[in-house]
Design a protein around this ligand. Sequence first.
Ligand code: B12
Length: 171
Amino acid sequence: MTERLHDLHSDRADRADEVLAGGRGTVIVSSMASDSHTWNLVYLELLVGELGFDVVNLGACAPDELLEYECLSRRPVMLVLSSVNGHGYQDGLRVIQRLRGCRPLRRMPVVLGGKLGTGGALTQEQTGQLLLAGFDAVFDDQQGSGSFRRFAAALPSPAGVLPMPAEGAGA
Ligand code: B12
């Protein structure tokens, strides 16, 4: 019995270490097929890493098949798509339809953000269509990073991993 309790305790301690070392799970950051901009992805990689996730950055012009393949093989806790070249609506709609059509990826959190339209922000109708097609959230450029941070903070921790310590709490 004592041995079992000891095992349970070490297991918990290992998991806590994992959390402190950034064990909130893997997030994939990527652009989509038409978009060759890269600094947006560098920014997102740093931001998501700062929030405690492990980040895989697929880079610019990621083909739809690559996105699907990486999501299936890595099973991220979230996919963060970025688009700044003005084709965010078209690329986003196509990609989310493909991902949601793939049964194992139906419940994976997927968000889209950046400079999504050519004439500034997307219309309410366009945003609504993206959400209806399966995005969990759409962050237009003018919103800043606050709402994205809140969304990421509310993601459930990977199964069995302890919750992140509250901000400001600590030894
Ligand atoms: C550098 C640059 C390029 C370089 C890119 C080099 C590279 N390696 O990245 C080159 C020359 C290749 C380029 C090409 C083009 N570009 Co360009 N480019 C820029 C420029 C000047 C800076 C972009 C940048 O690096 N910003 C720095 C990064 C850190 O910030 P960011 O990209 O703005 O991303 C921020 C936010 O959008 C947000 N964000 C982004 N993604 C996400 C995702 C989430 C989830 C969240 C929460 C937030 C978020 O966070 C970031 C930090 O605040 C911008 C104009 C500008 N001043 O912004 C135009 C700009 C993005 N380009 C533009 C255009 C049109 C093009 C071209 C189509 C031009 C052409 N006719 O060929 C091509 C597109 C090529 C392609 N296939 O995609 C337009 C896009 C317009 C639109 N969206 O309506 C812009 C805005 C210029 C303009 N004012 O017209 N470009």
